[in-house]
Design a protein around this ligand. Structure first.
Ligand code: SAJ
Length: 408
């Protein structure tokens, strides 16, 4: 039986480890956070996502998964640690990837395969990862193998996408690519596309940059549409009937740990990247634009109270990482506005989360920042509750027109 050691028991590393463990691989899940390790050792998840607990239960039952604070000898090492964004230099911060690779070095043996799933700038496997692992005295592509297999699953539907999405596998050499393909074939039902490590690194960043640039375009079009006094949502819907047009959705900006960050990993080495940079700046500035609209709505009201609907970075999830709502709230506070928040999914946030009733009581404007589907079904009386002034700014087009008409 192949033995796999997964470094990083987070949103990606843990479900990946559990999928392997449920498909004939012996897995050790390693994390530097002792609390995470002890929670997993007790058979419990340290965060919530659909289907994860069941997968953990079944792997524990099969005795094919165990959590540990220490890396140990294995046939394959899989690195799935975060790659934070270095805000000062606008580049990828590889500290966790580097330290995970350093932890593998003392255990590396001939014939081992090391897979990096973490998102990394092009050439990282070839230059950085290889150099660290060769400190073991072994030679890459001769004694051991390195590949990149970027994750592509969307938060909120992780398990389904991990199993069913096509994947990209890029090795430093052909053998690394083939060994990685054979391993992932154990649970991936989608196609496995084989390429080089640098191409795989580039593909992952291109995918998220494509989305970011397209969202920026949608945001720019929505601001133009406001100037022309037209409904951008209707315009996009009709434009997208064209067989070769797919305009994305405008909104209050881009959040999450991927799309708002990954484009910078591409531009860190480029001289000629003005489009990607411009798109990032447009998306980052959207909370300022939303605040401008709110200010117009509450103009003339003394000490306005603003109710934020949704602080998750996107609909139907509890994740608030890099949410554009936070920037909006901070800017609105600077304006002297009182902020009340309603989010039926989010339990932990920098600001208190209120019930719907409390959040709308005394409010002068509801601003919808997240497209939670349940926002569509709130009855009109509960939606407005005891608001002081019935103003609504819906940045996501989620509130039914029959509710907010004729207020916007
Ligand atoms: N958003 C818009 N308009 C849109 C689409 C999204 O404003 O038309 C906003 C969302 O509200 C959210 C942000 O963009 O704030 C990102 O959301 P998302 O659903 O586009 O993506 P993520 O960050 O949850 O996951 C992405 C996915 N990448 C792509 O779809 C190309 C996922 O497949 C990746 O695995 C993930 O990044 C990752 O880890 O890289």
């Amino acid at each position: 039986m192949t033995k796999l050691c997964v470094l990083g028991m987070g949103y990606i590393g843990l479900p990946t480890a559990l999928l392997f463990a449920n498909n004939g691989i012996e897995v050790v899940g390693v994390d530097v956070n002792e609390k995470v390790v002890s929670t997993l050792q007790q058979g419990k998840m340290h965060f919530e996502e659909n289907g994860f607990q069941e997968l953990l239960d079944s792997a524990m039952e099969k005795e094919s998964f165990r959590a540990s604070a220490k890396v140990e000898e294995a046939d394959v090492f899989l690195v799935a640690v975060p790659t934070p964004f270095d805000t000062e230099f606008r580049m990828a911060d590889l500290k966790y990837v580097i330290s995970a690779c350093e932890m593998v070095v003392p255990h590396l043996k001939k014939g081992n395969l090391v897979i990096i799933e973490s998102t990394i700038p092009p050439k990282t496997c070839e230059k950085r990862v290889r150099k660290i692992l060769e400190l073991s005295g072994l030679k890459a592509s001769q004694d051991f193998y390195i590949s990149h297999c970027p994750e592509r699953a969307i938060p909120g539907n992780t398990l389904h996408e991990m199993v069913n999405n096509d994947r990209v596998i890029g090795g430093l050499d052909k053998k690394a690519t083939e060994l990685t393909r054979d391993l992932y074939s154990s649970f991936v039902k989608g196609n496995l596309y084989l390429t080089t490590s640098t191409t795989a690194e580039m593909i992952k960043l291109m995918e998220n940059t494509y989305r970011d640039v397209n969202i920026a375009l949608a945001n720019e079009l929505s601001m133009l549409a406001e100037d022309y006094g037209i409904n951008i949502w209707e315009a996009i819907e009709i434009a997208n009937k064209h067989p070769r047009v797919n305009i994305h959705k405008p909104g209050p900006g881009v959040g999450g740990h991927c799309i708002a960050i990954d484009p910078w990993f591409l531009t860190e080495n480029a001289n000629n990247s003005s489009l990607i940079t411009l798109a990032r700046n447009i998306n980052d500035s959207m909370p300022i634009h939303v605040l401008k609209k709110v200010k117009e709505m509450v103009n003339g009201i003394e000490c306005p109270v603003i109710t934020v609907f949704g602080v998750a970075y996107k609909g139907d999830i509890a994740d608030t990482r890099a949410t554009p709502a936070l920037k909006f709230i901070k800017l609105a506070e600077k304006e002297g506005f009182t902020i009340k928040i309603y989010d039926p999914f989010v339990k932990e946030f920098e600001y208190p989360i209120l019930s719907l009733e409390e959040a709308v009581e005394g409010s002068d404007c509801i601003v919808v920042l997240t497209d939670h589907s349940m926002f569509r079904n709130i009855p009109r009386e509960e939606f407005f509750g005891k608001m002081r002034n019935r103003n609504v700014v819906d940045t996501r087009n989620v509130i039914s027109k029959s509710i907010i008409h004729p207020y916007i």
